[in-house]
Design a protein around this ligand. Sequence first.
Ligand SMILES: [Zn+2]
Length: 381
Amino acid sequence: MSHDAYICPECGTTYPLASLAFRCACGGLLDAAPFEVVFPPSGDYAGERSVFRYRQAMPPFAGDNAALDASWRRVTMGEGLTPLLPLDPTDPGVLVKVDYAMPTLSFKDRGAAVLVSAAAAAGARRLVQDSSGNAGASVAAYAARAGMSCDIFVPDSCSPRKVAQIEAYGARAVLVPGSREDTAAAALDAAESGARDGSTFYASHVYNPFFYQGTKTYVYEIFESLGGRLPDTLYIPLGNGTLLLGAYYALKDLRGLGLITAYPRVVAVQAEGCAPVFRAFASGGAAVVPVANSGTEAEGIAIAAPMRGSRVLAAIRELGGEVAIAPESGIDAAKKTVAYRGFYVETTSAATFASFFRRRAAGIDEGLVVLPLCGAGLKSA
Ligand SMILES: [Zn+2]
């Protein structure tokens, strides 16, 4: 099997990256074909100041390694390597990772930088994507950087600031009436008709496995920041699972390399108003049953029917993790508490803290905890 490939976990079919395939003929979502992971970074990579510091832990892109290096060096904007700091300077037991300190002000740049580099190496000239906002802005920025045209489908309820940011990069924002799922369906139609021209790449952070190869750098960075160890507990917001699955891959890598002997406690957080994975986890089911979004302030994780839901469930169980709820009534207060410590985050990012604060108030001792600050407050206010 070529290493430069996607593989379908349902039926085992492989597709070369240059095919621009975005799902299997059987309907399965694609993974990256197995590849060798090198970590910690060595050689020139050890001095790289972006997520491509961990390039040796990512799959090959289309073509050879020289093509890979050429594509990411053109696309990177120095994303990643974000600060890891105490939330409160007097409490060293609660650390935040300042992941809004990125080119487009959200953690999604980790995934978009890698995904767009892979698309460039595969010969894509046009990107299509759907998003509730942050991933769209991120892909739009990196598409501009790579010199590609870009269409981003967003729900028409999307924050006007996020739409303005997408358009600022020269991308076309296509506003779709209805739910987040209606937006995804419209983007999929565009990707399927565009795929026939041989140059359109469906740059979906849900469909394309390279996005997770970018988000996994979140955990590598924490490991390096803490001097070669992980915290006792990682809180991770959970909508589609873009950060959760990235963290899962990184934790598997670190354990496979013998750098950790046990997984940290992983607490995946869903919003009370839209918590399909929480329900499935609690009921012991293997599949996520779509729910009706009853309304949540945390719009960025309000995914009623996560496409990789069963994968996410299996990952959390394999890690021995759990799924927690962010109480809607606590999100605004959490946002304020975090801002009073100097960190202005968007409402969705505050949801993770709402869950953490409630659990801590209930007396749950989780040791050294790391929580992400995923998106900047200016995006949603
Ligand atoms: Zn298949």
